[in-house]
Design a protein around this ligand. Structure first.
Ligand code: GDP
Ligand code: IMO
Ligand code: MG
Length: 426
């Protein structure tokens, strides 16, 4: 019953999409288990770029069954648009399954997301304004509407009355906005989404278990990342789901015994979109180079990502939180022209050296990175496809990072393309 999880170990955009696509070659099924269209996963195959938000990254292979698990929040309009985009580009999406238990994101969730952000003013989180937080809040409040409700119009209209009844009070009385008419919205969803989505709605838990019981390989694709996790991230500057590996169990309906491989994905440096603490953040030329060369602008919102040196303190914590069996490193090529490269190996907090991530976030805000510095390799790595192709400076940087993280680095990505990677064996 082999199952693998791909999980982001920083603040997102590590290249989970690329490695999911890569690993999917050997799998039968790829399952998204949390998040929604706040995700932006980019795949580059034969020079062609695909930007996915909701559809699992294995979709480019004909042999893959893409599954949107129960833990995902689904904007039906976005999902249909994405499926159409894929069809137009010749990708077969017909095998896709959307969990009936996944919750819907509807336009009022997006409106509330934007209003909450405005209300927070300077304290805003910098969300993607995709309605993620309000949709998960409705789920927790037992006001959510599930994908399966679309299949019973009477139930759908009834639930929308209740859910929107609550949202309208907030919109009108708290934010002084106009209410949304539940009947009009129900008409719109029914007329624009039902026909397109109905054939794909199903019992994802059963489908995943039948695959596992049949000995097929299932890959769980994380969105967002460890330090955006609602419980383990830098709260409140987090998303509203559990991207950490444990989230795959709840968000797909499998027990932990099924999981035998957990691949963390980390950039060779770090980026973060939106607000929140970031001990190794750079405001210098190296940071600008990371953004320029790495094209660090959000796949989803186009925002400039904040850059910084790789942080082994956080990665060690990510190893623990996710029970990582291995790590995949991406974007090593972005540092090809750097004179020096740095790894943060510990923090200095109030004059003391600290090697584990403090639980108290005030300390994370005060943490000063302690770096080890290495000479850059000054070599173009974008054609490297085996460890022997790496110059010694790049290899020793990876060996040091591996020693710091504490789990083997198994894969190294040296460019956005599907074939730009190597199996690393120190
Ligand atoms: P995800 O959200 O974790 O799937 O990552 P994103 O797709 O949002 O961001 C990663 C970006 O880096 C995408 O534009 C990828 O095409 C690109 N990328 C992935 N791996 C590499 C790599 O090794 N080198 C370079 N230069 N780009 C990469
Ligand atoms: P992928 O899957 C990077 C960030 C937002 C914001 C915070 C909360 O592509 O790695 P939300 O809209 O989720 O309520 O926003 O989380 N964020 C991401 N940052 N990559 C993502 O996804 C993200 N999804 C959300 O920028 O700081
Ligand atoms: Mg992304």
């Amino acid at each position: 019953m082999p199952a693998t999880i791909v999980v982001g170990t920083q603040w997102g955009d590590e290249g989970k999409g690329k490695f999911t696509d890569l690993l999917a070659k050997e799998m039968s099924m790829v399952v998204r288990y949390q998040g929604g269209h706040n995700a932006g996963h980019t795949l580059v195959v034969d020079g062609e770029k695909f930007k996915l938000q909701l559809v699992p990254s294995g979709v480019l292979y004909d042999h893959i069954t893409p599954v949107i698990g129960n833990g995902v929040v689904v904007d039906p309009f976005v999902l249909l648009t994405e499926m159409d985009m894929l069809r137009q580009r010749g990708i077969n999406v017909e095998k896709m399954v959307v969990s009936g238990n996944a919750h819907l994101i509807l336009p009022y969730h997006q409106q509330l997301d934007a209003l909450h952000e405005r209300h927070l003013g300077k304290a805003k989180l910098g969300t993607t304004k995709r309605g993620i937080g309000p949709a998960y809040a409705d789920k927790a409040m037992r006001l959510g509407i599930r994908v399966q409700d679309l299949l019973d119009e009477e139930i759908f209209r009834e639930k929308l009355q209740t859910s929107l009844g609550h949202a309208n009070k907030v919109l009108t009385k708290v934010f002084n906005r106009l209410p949304i008419d539940p009947d009009q919205l129900a008409d719109k969803v029914m007329s624009e989404c039902l026909e397109g989505l109905a054939p794909y709605i199903g019992d994802s838990v059963n489908i995943i278990h039948e695959a596992l019981e049949g000995g097929q390989h299932v890959l769980f694709e994380g969105a967002q990342a460890t330090f955006l996790d609602l419980d383990h991230g830098t709260y409140p500057f987090v998303t509203s789901s559990n991207p950490t590996a444990g989230g795959a169990c709840a968000g797909a309906g499998v027990g932990p015994r099924h999981i035998d491989r957990i691949v963390g994905v980390a950039k060779a440096y770090v980026t973060r979109v939106g607000a929140g603490p970031f001990p190794t953040e750079l405001f210098d030329d190296y940071g600008d180079k990371m953004v320029d060369i790495g094209r660090e602008f959000g796949t989803n919102t186009g925002r400039r990502r904040r850059p910084g040196w790789v942080d082994a303190v956080m990665l060690r914590h990510a190893v623990r939180l996710n029970s990582l069996t291995e790590m995949a490193i991406t974007k090593l090529d972005v540092m090809d022209t750097f004179d020096t490269v740095k790894i943060c190996v510990a923090y200095e907090i109030d004059g003391k050296r600290v090697e584990t991530l403090p639980y108290h976030q005030s300390e994370v805000h005060r943490a000063k990175p302690i770096y080890e510095e290495f000479p850059g390799w000054k070599t173009d790595l974008t054609a490297a496809t085996e460890p022997g192709h790496l110059p010694e400076a790049a290899a020793s940087y990876l060996r040091r990072l591996e020693a710091q993280i504490g789990v083997p680095i198994t894969l190294v990505s040296t460019g956005p393309g599907r074939s730009q990677f190597l199996h690393w064996d120190s």
